[in-house]
Design a binder for this molecule. Structure first.
Ligand SMILES: [Zn+2]
Length: 214
């Protein structure tokens, strides 16, 4: 959630030019961003209905700036600025509970989503095809891209990952794609592949301490 506080102060300090600057920064890094419309997931809408209700009754958790006074199983966040109307939220799009959507929403947007008047969100996404991260702001830090763009290992193809029914299947696949990888490489790749833990379970400790896998 630190990135919300950073975003908020960044916006305060650069009221007019932040967007232009961020585009420039992205261009310098050779990244391009795309803005897309995504349906509001039902679990997120339920959470925002609760938030809208708390705003309506004037609950202190909606009036005190924080990064986690508002939370549920799939999201957490809070008011960004004292006396303001903007809220920042991290939403876990998959059950492995890693935040993958970063949202900055005005209270009237929250209300519209809660009421079902707004059913889509306009979100930025990275150009890496399988990146699950989305944000209402173009300058979010993307841990998925940061990992895979700098990793010395490659992520197996989506359809081959999908064909794995248990952890050992995935480890064998990963080792085939990355014959030089170690147990630690595999652990990091596993943790940075959305949905794997949810589907195949936690990475087993015994497999971390292996040296070269092949
Ligand atoms: Zn990304």
């Amino acid at each position: 959630m630190d990135q919300f506080l950073a975003l908020a102060s960044h916006c305060r300090n650069n009221q007019t030019d932040w967007k232009k600057d961020e585009w420039k920064k992205r261009e310098d890094k050779g990244k391009s961003m795309e803005q897309i419309s995504e349906p509001v997931p039902p679990a997120l809408r339920l959470f925002l209905q609760e938030v809208a209700e708390q705003i309506r009754v004037g609950s202190p958790s909606t009036k005190i700036p924080s990064d986690d006074l508002l939370q549920c199983d799939v999201a957490y966040g809070g008011l960004l600025d004292q006396g303001g109307t903007r809220y920042g939220f991290a939403y876990f799009h998959s059950a492995d509970r890693r935040p993958s959507w970063y949202l900055m929403l005005e209270s009237d947007q929250i209300q519209k989503i809660a009421d079902g008047i707004a059913t889509e969100l306009l979100l930025w996404k990275c150009d890496l095809k399988r990146c699950p991260t989305r944000s209402t702001m173009p300058d979010f830090q993307c841990s998925y891209c940061e990992f895979w763009e700098n990793a010395s290992v490659s992520r197996p193809k989506t359809e081959e990952e999908g064909a794995c029914n248990e952890f050992d299947d995935w480890l064998a696949l990963f080792t085939r794609v990355n014959p030089w990888a170690t147990g630690v490489d595999a652990y990091n790749a596993y943790r940075n592949t959305p949905g794997l833990e949810e589907r195949l379970g936690e990475y087993p400790a015994y497999a971390i301490h292996r040296g070269r896998l092949a």
